[in-house]
Design a protein around this ligand. Structure first.
Ligand SMILES: Nc1ncnc2c1ncn2[C@@H]1O[C@H](COP(=O)(O)OP(=O)(O)O)[C@@H](O)[C@H]1O
Ligand SMILES: [Mg+2]
Length: 358
């Protein structure tokens, strides 16, 4: 989707430090190798790479605009207009926020210590099969790719929004206090869910109470006309939910959305009865593991709160599939094998990739 010069400037609050007569600007790109003619290249500074060093390459590839927070050599900027902002990471979020409001889809935000990606996939699968006010949502649901859930990933997700999208299901991740608040500022969610509060990322968030405070920023950031899904099974989440004054959909034991009689399904996966108020439906899930019942109930609660009907919720949950290496059930010579090695492999990869070259 194209940007005008006014939109780029008003969204970021930036100033033009090198003008060109370009009027239309293409997609926002953070990777100079992906710049096409007319793209807007935004120079992010990461731990290992500084995008400012690639501004010249972006211009060479035909960028119509380069957004920076540091000096760049103007002589190599070719046809690119150069806009300076105080902080390019912030500008990326501001651009995403601008598009989110210009296109005005409903935004469903998912955070929590565990189960974000699974709940996101299940929720999106349900919405794809749902109709709201007589209109099918098929093909109109945008969702986070994989784990694009941080201050770069969330903006890049929202920047994929197009006119046909009516709803965005986004994952919010954090390992530092204040990140969820900023992610909510960018996404301005209409609905929110905190899947769980557990001891993860304690290096940045200090204690379980610190984790709860950080995740709780989602509920605290919600508009009063928004709605939240509250996991009654998690005492921390339950407490965070109590403070929210708007509409709530509770799930777990004693909640509006409940899972009864779970059992392993012949072959693979699980079966259970999904209860929403007094309605009941048999569901067969392609996942195993108790925690995936919580994730399914959370996705059902979110979708129900959004207006999806029980048959769509059942069909959506039944179509959702585990990510590779996330409680993936395989059979090998008659033996069932559960592969849940995703995080282990990711950690190992991180360790290897940080090893200094000898
Ligand atoms: N609701 C949950 N509670 C506890 N652990 C969970 C839950 N959901 C998933 N997990 C565990 O965390 C792993 C990652 O799940 P995922 O949905 O990708 O979570 P996230 O996106 O929050 O990292 C799963 O393979 C499983 O071992
Ligand atoms: Mg994830």
């Amino acid at each position: 989707m194209a940007w005008t010069r006014d939109e780029l400037l008003s969204a970021t609050g930036g100033t033009i430090i090198r003008d060109q007569q370009n009027k239309r600007f293409g997609e926002i790109v953070t990777d100079s190798a992906k710049v096409k003619k007319g793209s807007v290249f935004i120079a992010l500074k990461g731990e290992r790479f500084d995008g400012h060093r690639f501004a010249g390459e972006a211009a060479r590839r035909g960028a119509a605009c380069v957004i920076v927070h540091q000096d760049v050599r103007r002589s190599v900027m070719r046809d690119a207009m150069v806009v300076r902002v105080p902080d390019t990471l912030r500008a990326l979020g501001d651009l995403a926020h601008f598009r989110r409001h210009k296109l005005a889809p409903k935004v469903l935000a998912i955070t929590g210590s565990n189960g974000k990606t699974t709940t996101k996939e299940m929720t999106a699968a349900i919405l794809e099969r749902a109709s709201i006010a007589g209109q099918s949502l098929r093909g109109k649901v945008l969702k986070t790719h994989g784990n694009f859930n941080n201050l770069v990933g969330l903006p890049l997700t929202l920047l994929r929004l197009h006119k046909h999208h009516q709803v965005a299901v986004v994952e919010l991740g954090t390992n530092r206090p204040g990140e969820i608040r900023r992610l909510c500022e960018i996404a301005d969610p209409d609905m929110g869910i905190i899947t769980s509060v557990a001891a993860a990322h304690l290096e940045g968030l200090d204690s379980l109470a610190g984790v709860a405070r950080e995740k709780g920023a989602l509920f605290r950031s919600m508009r009063a006309d928004g709605a939240i899904a509250v996991n009654l099974e998690d005492p921390w989440v339950r407490r965070l939910g109590e403070r929210f004054k708007g509409r709530k959909i509770t799930y777990g034991q004693g909640g509006q959305v409940r899972i009864e009689s779970p059992r392993l399904a012949a072959g693979r996966g699980m079966r259970f009865t999904l209860c929403i108020g007094r309605m009941r439906s048999e569901v067969r899930l392609n996942f195993v593991g108790r925690h995936n019942l919580d994730n399914a109930a959370g996705a059902a609660a979110l979708a129900h709160g959004f207006g999806a009907r029980l048959p769509a919720i059942r069909r959506g949950l039944e179509s959702a599939k585990p990510f590779p290496m996330r409680m993936q059930v395989r059979s090998w010579h008659g033996i069932g094998i559960i592969n849940d090695a995703y995080n282990a492999i990711r950690l190992r990869w991180l360790r290897l990739s940080k090893r200094s070259p000898k």
